[in-house]
Structures are given as structure tokens and as C-alpha cells.
Design a protein around this ligand. Structure first.
Ligand code: THU
Length: 135
């Protein structure tokens, strides 16, 4: 799958972001090994703590649908009308990725646009991570 396709899907997923408090809207598109793309957006809450990131929304949707193996995720975030930086997954989301993804193989794409993006392995963003293989 082309990176650009996944980025386009993440941009589309961002449309559903519910971010009335931070106003920072994030979309994610997660590619499962089955070939299915799962979409996620951030969903905030008046009590702040129960808010969920776009990446985890996508992962939890996928796992709840029975998919447990993944190839890549594209992430795009920013304030309304101006995506002028790269949104990197928070530490909690990186740990959720660690549960279901091979650290040296799973690719994380953070995009400013379809043309401008950076690509990392999970291992690069979560070195020496703790995962299922440690137990
Ligand atoms: N957020 C995400 O959804 N993903 C990221 O990669 C970074 C942060 C959300 C959480 C919160 O709703 C808003 O962006 C501001 O932190």
C-alpha cells in the first residue's frame, strides 16, 4: 500500500475528530495485515482524563473487529485549517502499538500533507520497549 493512500485516509479520518477543548484535531489510518484500513480520530471529554487519541481509537476499533496484526499507521494532526507540524504518537499510544506490532517492522508515518511526511519504525520511536515478549 502506498504511503500516500494511508495519509489520505488519515486526513479523512481527522474530519470526525471531537476536540472541543484542545481544538487540536488528529486523524489516524491503521493498516492491518488483512489489508483492511481502520480509521481513528481523537475523542476528547469534558473531564479531560477520559480523552482518547486518534491512534488508540484506530487500534481499539481494529482489535475489537478481530484484527491483531498490523503493518503501518499514518497520523495527521493540527489546529483547524493549518496543519503546520508533525503529530507524533504519545507515549501511551506507542505502548499500545508495542502490544500488537513488531517493533522493527511496524511503520509509523506522521504527515503534514500527502507530500510531506516522516516515517519511522516503532522501535525508533520506542527504543527498548516492554512488550508481550518480555513476559
Ligand atoms: N492527540 C492524538 O490524538 N494523537 C497524537 O498523536 C497527539 C495528540 C490528541 C490528544 C488530544 O485530544 C489532542 O490531540 C491534544 O493533545
Amino acid at each position: 500500500m502506498d504511503d500516500i493512500v494511508l495519509i489520505r485516509e488519515a486526513l479523512q479520518a481527522r474530519e470526525a475528530a471531537y476536540a472541543p477543548y484542545s481544538k487540536f484535531k488528529v486523524g489516524a489510518a491503521l493498516l492491518g495485515k488483512s489489508g483492511t484500513i481502520y480509521h481513528g480520530c481523537n475523542i476528547e471529554n469534558a473531564a479531560y482524563g477520559p480523552s482518547n487519541c486518534a491512534e488508540r481509537t484506530a487500534f481499539f476499533k481494529a482489535v475489537s473487529e478481530g484484527e491483531r496484526e498490523f503493518c503501518a499507521i499514518a497520523i495527521i494532526g493540527g489546529y483547524d485549517g493549518q496543519i503546520d507540524g508533525y503529530a507524533f504518537p504519545c507515549g501511551v499510544c506507542r505502548q499500545v502499538m508495542m502490544e500488537f506490532c513488531h517493533p522493527a517492522e511496524f511503520m509509523i508515518i506522521t504527515a503534514e500533507s500527502e507530500q510531506d511526511y516522516k516515517k519511522y519504525t516503532l522501535e525508533q520511536l520506542l527504543p527498548e520497549g516492554f512488550g508481550p515478549f518480555n513476559l
